[in-house]
Design a protein around this ligand. Sequence first.
Ligand code: BTN
Length: 266
Amino acid sequence: MSERLFVKRLTDFSCEYQGPFVTKIHVFDDILSTNAAVHELARKGAGEGTVVIAQTQRKGRGRFDRVWQSPKGGVYLSLLLRPKAPPEKASLLGFVAALAVTYTIRSFNLPARIKWPNDVLVHVKKIAGILLESETDHTHVSYVIVGIGVNLNTDLALLPKDVRMNATSLHKEHGAPIEYEEFLTTFFHQFDRFYQLFIAGCFDQIIDLWKQDNDTLGKNVRVQTTNGVLQGTAVDIDEFGFLLLKIHEGKTVRVTSGDCTVIDAS
Ligand code: BTN
C-alpha cells in the first residue's frame, strides 16, 4: 500500500464484526481519501468485502467533486464490491448503503430518513452522505466503491458554515457520544442484510424499502443537476433509482443524478 495514501495505521482498533461480507478491514488514523485508497486496492486485485476506514481524511471527496470535510469524530469508510449484477442496477447500491446507514442510525433510536438519492437525514439535517464510484462497461461491473461519511461524534463547529447549517450528528441528536465500534459493527450487519438482497436480484424489494424510508417522494423539490436546475414534484423513482419529477401537468422528467432540496411538502 502506498505511503501517499496511507499515512498512519491505527493499532488500537478492533471491530467485533466478522460477518460474511467484510473480508479485510484496513484501518488508518489519517488518510487522503478512503475511496481513493479502495480504488488503489481494487486496481491491484483486492476482493469484494475489502474495507478501508479512517479516523480523518485530508482529501475526503463528496458528490459532484465537492470536498467532504472529515474531522476527527466522524466515520469515514469505503467498501469494495464486485457484484455480478447488470451495470444499470449499480446505482441501487447507493440505496443499499443508505438503507444500511438509516437502519444503523435508527438502532440508536434516532428517526433517520433518506433524501434522494442517498443522503441520510435526521430532523431534516444531513447526518451521512454516500459516494458511489465504479468501474463498469456496458455489460459488466468490474467493481463499485461505496464511500460513506457519517457525522457520528463530529464537532459540527469544525464544519464550514454552509455545511454546518444543514448538518447534524448522532452525538448531537442522541445527547451523548456514540460508541464508534458499536456503530461500525451494527453498520456492517445492516449492510450485509441489504447487500444480500441486491446480490439475490431483489431490486424491487430494495426500492420498496427505500420508498418506505424516504423523505423526498410527494414533495416539491429543486434538483441541481449538471445541466441546470429542475423544479417540480418528486412523484416516484424508477427501477434504477432515478427520480421521476413532475415539472408541470403532463410533463414528468427522469433525473439520473443531482442534488435535491425539498422546498415544501405538497
Ligand atoms: C456526499 O457528497 O454526500 C457524499 C460524501 C461521501 C464521503 C465519504 S467519507 C468516506 C469516503 N471517502 C471519501 O473520500 N468520500 C467518501
